[in-house]
Design a protein around this ligand. Structure first.
Ligand code: AMP
Ligand code: GLY
Length: 435
């Protein structure tokens, strides 16, 4: 079978790497892919990003299954488009992807179906929003209602920061998101303002076929740029799997209180959920679990360590999940995991996250081994050179018998790699090392 992976980041490199290991897979195409997928003989990059063009290409080239990595094509309706032409694709429809693409949609959904999450209110009028934060006090969280690539959330520790965030999101609207039709038919930005939650975060991901769920291994991401969780929020600077904070009790609660009611609620609302579903969890000291956010896709960089531990053939799982009218085989799926810990360290470009500098030449990449793989994200092959072409450049991922050993191996693998301006955290996995 020929398969297509849509996207060009580290997550998509990991998907393609894993799918290429399936004996049933003849070729994996990655659209548009990156420097890492270009170098691998089992993968082929496809320079197409337009959805209708991709769909036509998939028809013409008899693609048996398409897997979508990032949220943007999902929110733009790639799944609807492929399905309308009889193509097999794994991901949520445009309507279902609103769980991620609209904070207002997902918060209202959670309220309607009693899914635990922070208390909130939605605003498009700045004056009312300012009054509301004055009443609620700080810390408080201000979120733009739309896809903003991680830049749409401000955790305001002071009222001053909350006021600035409201004006930034509602008045300046430089994020260019949240275009919902107002009363006069005009596009207006919206914000969701919510209660500040304390605790430890974890990433909880499952696969859904509209009715059934198969859970993936747990993981934890490091969102801040610098060691000790300091500095600005990023897309993620490293991750490891499993996450000890997700104890068996927390796991059971997350399934019972969040994942299963979400699947049922979506079905009840007439928008059955298919694809990966990612619940960002906040776990408090008492083991209570709340939903910070939903993503309608796998996490990046969480996918890289998770897939390094997955022993089951990913193609089989995706075929079961997209089998028309079935569900039985999918519901019975038991994923097999490597018992070791996997840990990935992101190397980012100089200037990331605000102004990543592109063009630096990357040198010293080691050969992949059974227990250490360098997944590419923002890299491009230019002649003989591998160049930096995006904010997050590489995710150096390794397996080890303990978090400490996985950490040591990942950092050893990273030692020889260099490019001008490279930034990385030196403490990925620290919460689990202590645990
Ligand atoms: P989101 O995109 O909604 O997950 O927000 C990005 C990050 O902001 C999360 O990973 C948390 O670290 C933080 N965050 C979001 N919502 C809250 C909240 N209600 N309380 C505390 N931190 C939050
Ligand atoms: N690493 C967080 C995310 O993918 O949203």
């Amino acid at each position: 079978m020929k398969v297509l992976v849509i996207g060009g980041g580290g997550r998509e490199h990991a998907f393609a790497w894993k799918l290429a290991q399936s004996p049933k897979v003849q070729m994996v195409y990655v659209a548009p892919g990156n420097g890492g997928t270009a170098r691998d003989a089992r993968l082929e990059n496809l320079p197409i990003t337009d959805i209708a063009e991709l769909r036509q290409w998939a028809i013409d080239n008899k693609i048996g299954l398409t897997l979508v990595g990032p949220e943007a094509p999902l929110a733009a309706g790639v799944v609807d488009e492929f399905r309308a032409h009889g193509l097999r694709i794994f991901g949520p429809t445009k309507a279902a992807a609103q769980l991620e693409s609209s904070k207002a949609f997902s918060k209202a959904f959670m309220r309607r179906h009693n899914i635990p999450t922070a208390e909130y209110a939605t605003f498009s009028d700045p004056a009312t929003a300012h009054t509301y934060v004055e009443q609620m006090g700080a810390p408080i969280v201000v979120k733009a209602d739309g896809l903003a690539a991680g830049k749409g959330v401000v955790v305001a520790m002071t009222l001053e920061e909350a006021h600035v965030a409201i004006d930034f999101m509602l008045l300046d609207n430089t994020l260019g998101v949240s275009h919902n039709a107002g009363d006069d038919g005009q596009a207006v930005p919206r914000v969701v303002i919510e209660e500040f939650l304390e605790g430890e975060e974890a990433s909880f991901m499952v696969l859904c076929d509209g009715r059934n769920v198969v859970t993936l291994a747990t993981s934890q991401d490091h969102k801040r740029l610098q060691d000790g969780d300091q500095g600005p929020n990023t897309g993620g600077m490293g991750a490891y799997s499993p996450a000890p904070v997700v104890t068996p009790q927390v796991h059971a609660r997350a399934m019972r209180e969040i994942i299963l009611p979400t699947l049922k609620g979506m079905e009840k609302d007439g928008i059955p959920y298919t694809g990966f579903l990612y619940a960002g969890l906040m776990i408090d000291g008492q083991g209570q679990v709340k939903t910070l956010e939903f993503n309608c896709r796998m996490g990046d960089p969480e996918t890289q360590p998770i897939l390094m531990r997955l022993k089951t053939d990913l193609l089989d799982v995706l075929l079961a999940a997209t089998e028309p009218g079935a569900g039985e085989a999918f519901a019975q799926t038991e994923l097999e995991w490597d018992r070791r810990i996997a840990l990935g360290v992101v190397m980012a470009a100089g200037g990331y996250p605000l102004n990543p500098r592109k063009g630096a030449v990357i040198s010293g990449l080691p050969k992949d081994t059974e227990d250490a793989v360098v997944f590419h994200a923002g890299t491009t092959q230019v002649g003989d050179d591998l160049q930096v072409s995006g904010g997050r450049v590489l995710c150096v991922t390794a397996l080890g018998d303990s978090v400490k050993l996985a950490q040591q191996r990942a950092y050893q693998t990273l030692q020889g790699i260099s490019f001008e301006g490279a930034q990385y955290r030196t403490d990925i996995g620290y919460r689990a090392v202590k645990a």
